[in-house]
Structures are given as structure tokens and as C-alpha cells.
Design a protein around this ligand. Structure first.
Ligand code: MN
Length: 746
């Protein structure tokens, strides 16, 4: 751009500013808001004077930017005088010597607080460090919780900056376009600002891929005539019927945006020509009586059905009229096979619904109707955001992921057993629903019932499912659950619960250890702790206390030796110098490791949490099982079950390495699995879990349930001391009404 030839005289500039402001005021006067032009005029005069003499990079007087932002706020988002004033003043505190107090003195607390919020988030989102970036996003969302108008005005600010991005140097263009696509476009989507979201995406795309953008734009233009013909051909029979009904309506073809066409080309790996559903059509009708809105949508649906009998795509009927999306979107979508053999999506909606779609929920304030469903949908989403912010992720990257997840998710609708509607993101699971209902329900969730069938907590839900969440007091949250969760709220709540639980177990371990040490006349100080940490080979103090609290490390007399090494007996001494020597050896201390005496019986023992043997992963034997040992290349005893196929092979090939073993007292717990099968009935799972956790105090590691046609199957992973415990468990499980099988499995 040649700035010389474009240079305006100062009178011309004044006229340009005045007429831009006149246009803003004119739009406002014609809106449904209460008419408060006086304060808007004052805000304009204040901002104009504050930015006096300052220019934007484009050479324009700076005040043109706040006017443009205020115009977007008023005409494209539909907000009122408080927001218009705040938009006019949004850069005053940031860029001039005026303070928030000055604004407050002139325009009152409401405007001052919004301008303050905007000033706080005026920096960019992207930063060199992830943590800074997370902090910036957090700040932005926090202000949103304070007053949603802050973020709406920020959207308008960003939109105007994107519209004028050409005057920025290229490296800044990339950064701003990247941020817009990363955060602002999804946020606009979530807030229901569909038109702004589309424009932000298109503008970002234009600066990030200028060449592709230009090509797509050109192709859209060159196919316009043909598309129009197809559309008119398609629309004619529908128009005829709508006219007969005496409706006042607009029937338009909709072209996808460059960005969404490009995304589809990328996602489906197809050229432009094959993105055939370029055409969607929209019928916007006038509806003088709000109570007739939904009925008229279906009247129009019937008209289309009459024009195109048997041409409906039954799987793609979407009724967002009765149950609007969380961002407030309402419309009836039908997909019809057009005369040229392509599917055409027709969106049916009233003038009011159309307005909400274009301008977001903010448009409701204009109408002052504020239907409860729509209000609570946005409030619900804001609540989720607050939730995430209240339980901050220690890891910045996790935090950003969580936020992104929440912004992008498309939704399904499910029902509670009482028939209440809930919105969840696509692919949400029973566990997601549980956490959405309440943290406590989530952490105690054991399974669910979808349409009255028992399903595991990992079950994905579908649109329209009726879902009951089953809980148990003894259930505890598990780290593995995270992979079953798609909702940001679920993930945040699970992580918080896990942190909380870990803390509780550590505290439990600490008091357990402290009491036990005290009983033995030893003070628990960091010295004592570190000695145990080192001999137990655990990661640190917290890890040690966690394992003690968890029962993975037992506080036994053997632990004493670690804190009082001088008390060790000569027998133990010998054992520790060569733990793999036969326990009944004549002089085990001097025995060679690989000098295998197959006549000896090896005693398998765990001393102070360290075992002198390894459990073969192929058959996972536990104390009480018939086992045999095999000395491996390092001289360690690997324990197999007698009937283990690997052990059979070893017997055949390496007989010389096999030794007999016997279980000595263990201070260790072993993983084992139980399979339960039976006739499904209400409450059976709770009973099973009650027996395991409460009755027998067995540590339950995981639970996997499948239910099919009244039969349920369940895999339990537990930690137990020996085989008798598991035999007892199976015996007791079989007594539960409905259970047919309860057996130990590998
Ligand atoms: Mn600005």
C-alpha cells in the first residue's frame, strides 16, 4: 500500500472518524436495547481524546480501532451500551496514561471492571514457555468467569485485528493467526458466535496457507453458477409448497467456508471436486408467535418430505429445536437427496433461531426472553471452565489439553434414569457421565446401565441413551481411568481425586510408620526415613510412605534392621551376603551362585520387601501354589507353576537348572485374577465388591465387567497374600445369589 497517495487531510480524517461513529450509534439506536446514547457519546469523546495523535500500523488514526470493535460488539454480537462503552475504552488503560480509577470516575464500576479485565488479558496467548501460555489462557478464562462480556469484547477485538492483519509484519501475522485458530475460534464456537468463529477460521487459514486459500476461493467462485442452477432446481418444488402454506421465509444456499472445505479435503484426502456436500441450504421463516416456533419447523419438514418423498437420509435428522446445543444453537436439520444425486442438508429455523446462531447467546439479551434451557446450557459450560480453573493441573500441557478438549468437543444428549437431559461430548463414557454428575459419583463409579443393560464404566454413550450410574462405597478412583474419560471436567475431577487419595494414603503410611517406630523406641526423622528409602529402593520419602500406607511395604520386625543395622543377627548377615544360597546349605555364604545343587530345597522368602526370587510372568504363581524354581543366567531363582507350559519346556530342556522350592513367610502381596460369571441382577456388583473390599479386606486393583442379555461376566484383579485367600474368595463369591462361576484365572 502506498501511504503517500492514501494520506488523508486532517479534516478528511475527522470526517472519517465521525462517520464511523455515526454508523455505530445508528446501529445501536436501531437495536432493541434501551437507548443510552449519551454515555456512548461520552465514552467515544474520552477515547478519541486519549488516543489523540496515535496511529495504527496501517497509518489510520488509532481511534478507528475501538470504534470498529464497538461496532462488532453492537451489531455482530448484539450487546448493549455497557459493552459498547467498554469496547470504545478497551485500549485506553493499556496504551495511554489513564487508569482504571479514571474510567471508574467517569463511567462507573461496571465499565471500569470490564476495561480492567480486558487490560489484564491484553497480552498474547502464545509464549515461549508452555507454562506462560497456560497462565495466559487461565487468565483469559478467569476473566470470562467474572463477566462474560470481557471475553465477548475480546472476541470483537481479535476479529478486528484479524480483519486488519495485512498491515502486520509476517512473523506477527503467523503468531496472531496461530493463536486465533488455537484458542479464539474454538472459544467463539463454544460461546455460540458462529459467524465470528467462521470468519476467524477463514482469516487465520488465509494467513497460514495463503496459496491454498486463494485456490479454494477461486474454485468456489468459478463453480458458483453451476451451484446456483443445482440449488434452484432443488429448491423449486419446496418453494412451491411453502408459498402455498402462506409462509414468509428466506430460502438460501449455503456454501461452506474456505477453511471448512480445506479441513474436509485434508481429513478425507479428497480434491476440491469431491467435497460434494458443498451445498447446504437454509430456510429462515418469520414467526410472529414464539410458541409456534417448533411446530412451524415440523410443518416445513413435512413440506420438504412431500416435495421429496422417500428421499430423506434417515440417519441425519437432527432436532436441535427441542433440545438446543450447549452453545444455544437451535434448528431442525434434515438431509435430502437432491435431483442431481447429491445429499443436501436443509437447516430449518425461525428468524430468532437464526439470530442466535449468528450472534450467539448474547443475542438473547436483545430479545429479553432468556429461555431457561439456553441460559443453563451456557452457565453449565462456564461452570465446567470454573471447575477446571479451581482444580489447576500441576502440568501446564495437561491444562492446555484439557481446555482444548472442552472447547472442541461436539455433543451428544443422554438421559438420566429420571428422564432428565444431559449434554456430553461425543464419545463420552459412563465414567464421564458419573463425573459430570458429581465428583463423588465419579470416584465411586463401578459400572453403568445403558438402556437397562449392565455395561462397564468405560462404555461409550450414544445420542439418546438412558444411563444409570452404579456406584459403590468401597470403589476408589484409579489412574487407569483417565483413558476412559473424554470430558475435561471428568479428567480434572479424577486427577484431583487421585491427588487427594494419594495424599491420604501417604498420611496414613506416615502415621503407621511413626507409631510403629515409636513403639520400637525409634524417632522418625529424615535420617531414619532416608535409610529406609535407600534400602527399599523406592523413589523417595513420599513413595515410601505411599507404599506403606497402601500395604505394599509391610511394617514388620524386619524393617527394624534397616533403622538399626547394628542389631542384625549373624544369620541374617549371611543371608544378605548371598540371598540366593540355599537356606539349608551347609555353608551358604561361600557357595558359588551358579553351582546349583538340585537336591536342595530353596526357601522362597521376601525380607524387608526384597525377594530372593522372581515370579515368572507367564503363570504368576502365588504362595500356596505348587511351584518349581529355575535358576536363570544371573543365578536368580525364577518361580513357575508346576503345570506352566514354559516350566514344562524348561523341564525338558534345562533339567539341570531346576530346583525344588518352598514358600517361607512372605511380607509381600501378589497379583491374582478371578473370573466371575452369573445372571445379572440389580445390586449384584455391589455385593461382589462388598465381599472383596469390606468383608475380606482384599485390595481390588481393577474390575472389568461385561453384560450381555442378562448374563454378566467380570474380571477382578486383586492383590493377595497366598492361594488360600483366593480359594476362600471364590468360595464366598459362589454363594452370592446369581453367581454361577467364580474361579481363579491367570
Ligand atoms: Mn484492541
Amino acid at each position: 500500500m502506498n501511504s503517500e497517495s492514501n494520506k488523508l487531510s486532517s479534516e478528511e480524517e475527522t470526517r472519517m472518524i465521525d462517520s464511523a461513529f455515526e454508523a455505530l450509534l445508528d446501529g445501536y439506536i436501531h437495536s432493541n436495547h434501551r437507548q443510552k446514547t449519551e454515555v456512548i457519546k461520552r465514552a467515544f469523546a474520552f477515547a478519541r481524546q486519549a488516543h489523540q495523535g496515535v496511529r495504527r500500523r496501517s497509518g489510520e488514526p488509532y481511534i478507528m480501532h475501538p470504534i470498529a470493535v464497538a461496532t462488532i460488539v453492537s451489531q455482530e454480537i448484539g450487546l448493549g451500551s455497557t459493552s459498547i462503552c467498554s469496547a470504545l475504552l478497551h485500549d485506553v488503560v493499556e496504551d495511554t496514561d489513564y487508569t482504571v480509577e479514571d474510567i471508574e470516575a467517569q463511567f462507573g464500576g461496571k465499565v471500569a471492571r470490564i476495561v480492567d479485565g480486558l487490560t489484564k488479558i491484553s497480552g498474547g496467548i502464545f509464549a515461549d514457555m508452555t507454562s506462560t501460555q497456560a497462565e495466559n489462557v487461565r487468565k483469559l478464562l478467569l476473566t470470562m468467569g467474572d463477566d462474560i462480556r470481557v471475553v465477548l469484547i475480546k472476541m470483537a477485538d481479535r476479529l478486528h485485528n484479524m480483519r486488519t492483519l495485512a498491515s502486520m509484519p509476517p512473523q506477527k501475522q503467523y503468531k496472531i493467526a496461530g493463536e486465533t485458530l488455537y484458542l479464539y475460534a474454538p472459544l467463539a464456537h463454544r460461546l455460540g458466535l458462529f459467524a465470528i468463529k467462521t470468519e476467524l477460521e477463514d482469516l487465520s487459514f488465509k494467513y497460514e496457507h495463503p496459496e491454498v486459500y486463494r485456490q479454494i476461493e477461486q474454485k468456489i467462485a468459478s463453480t458458483a453458477t453451476q451451484r446456483n442452477q443445482v440449488f434452484n432446481h432443488f429448491a423449486a418444488p419446496i418453494r412451491e409448497r411453502l408459498d402455498q402454506m402462506g409462509l414468509r421465509y428466506e430460502f438460501k444456499a449455503r456454501v461452506k467456508s474456505c477453511y471448512s472445505i480445506w479441513k474436509k479435503m485434508e481429513r478425507k484426502h479428497v480434491p476440491f471436486e469431491e467435497v460434494y456436500d458443498l451445498y447446504a441450504a437454509r430456510i429462515v421463516f418469520e414467526c410472529p408467535d414464539d410458541t409456534r416456533e417448533a411446530g412451524m419447523c415440523w410443518d416445513i419438514y413435512n413440506a420438504i418430505a412431500a416435495a421429496y418423498p422417500n428421499k430423506f437420509h434417515t440417519g441425519r435428522l437432527r432436532d436441535w429445536v427441542v433440545n438446543p446445543k450447549a452453545n444455544g444453537y437451535r434448528a431442525l436439520h434434515v438431509t435430502v437427496m437432491g435431483p442431481d444425486g447429491n445429499w443436501v442438508e436443509v437447516q430449518i429455523r425461525s428468524q430468532r433461531m437464526d439470530d442466535v446462531d449468528e450472534h450467539g447467546l448474547a443475542a438473547h439479551w436483545k430479545y429479553k426472553i432468556g429461555s431457561e434451557a439456553e441460559d443453563s446450557a451456557l452457565t453449565g459450560w462456564l461452570q465446567t471452565v470454573q471447575d477446571i480453573l479451581k482444580n489447576p493441573e500441576p502440568n501446564a500441557l495437561d491444562f492446555l489439553d484439557t481446555i482444548k478438549l472442552n472447547l472442541f468437543a461436539s455433543e451428544i444428549q443422554v438421559f438420566t434414569p429420571k428422564g432428565d437431559l444431559m449434554r456430553l461430548p461425543k464419545d463420552a463414557t459412563v465414567l464421564d457421565m458419573a463425573f459430570t454428575l458429581h465428583s463423588e459419583i465419579g470416584t465411586h463409579c463401578i459400572a453403568g446401565k445403558v438402556n437397562h443393560k449392565l455395561v462397564p464404566l468405560s462404555q461409550r454413550l450414544n445420542n439418546g441413551d438412558q444411563v444409570e450410574v452404579l456406584t459403590s462405597h468401597s470403589q476408589q478412583p484409579k489412574p487407569e481411568w483417565e483413558k476412559f474419560l473424554v470430558t475435561a471436567r471428568g479428567k480434572t475431577r479424577l486427577r484431583a481425586a487421585l491427588r487427594h487419595r494419594r495424599r491420604a494414603i501417604i498420611n496414613e503410611g506416615e502415621s503407621k510408620l511413626r507409631n510403629w517406630l515409636m513403639a520400637n523406641g525409634i524417632e522418625m526423622n529424615s535420617d531414619t526415613l532416608m535409610r529406609i528409602v535407600n534400602t527399599e529402593h523406592v523413589a523417595g520419602k513420599d513413595e515410601l510412605l505411599f507404599m506403606i500406607g497402601n500395604g505394599e511395604i509391610a511394617v514388620s520386625d524386619q524393617l527394624l534392621r534397616k533403622v538399626r543395622p547394628q542389631q542384625s543377627t549373624s544369620l541374617l548377615d549371611r543371608f544378605w551376603r548371598n540371598p540366593f544360597a540355599p537356606a539349608k546349605g551347609k555353608d551358604g555364604a561361600d557357595a558359588q551362585q551358579h553351582d546349583i545343587d538340585t537336591r536342595e530345597i530353596y526357601e522362597l522368602r521376601t525380607t524387608d520387601g526384597v525377594s530372593n526370587y522372581l515370579i515368572a510372568p507367564c503363570c504368576s504363581p502365588i504362595p500356596g501354589d505348587d511351584v518349581l524354581g529355575c535358576i536363570d543366567d544371573e543365578g536368580r531363582v525364577v518361580v513357575h507353576k508346576r503345570e506352566c507350559p514354559t516350566a514344562m519346556l524348561l523341564k525338558a530342556g534345562q533339567g539341570g537348572r531346576l530346583v525344588q522350592t518352598t514358600w517361607a513367610g512372605t511380607g509381600r502381596k501378589f497379583p491374582a485374577s478371578v473370573y466371575v460369571e452369573g445372571i445379572d441382577r440389580m445390586g449384584i456388583l455391589q455385593e461382589i465388591i462388598y465381599i472383596i473390599s469390606t468383608n475380606m479386606a482384599i485390595y481390588l486393583r481393577s474390575l472389568n465387567i461385561r453384560a450381555d442379555q442378562g448374563v454378566f461376566r467380570c474380571d477382578l484383579d486383586v492383590l493377595i497374600e497366598d492361594a488360600t485367600v483366593i480359594a476362600n474368595l471364590c468360595k464366598r463369591l459362589k454363594k452370592v445369589k446369581g453367581v454361577g462361576t467364580a474361579v481363579r484365572i491367570n
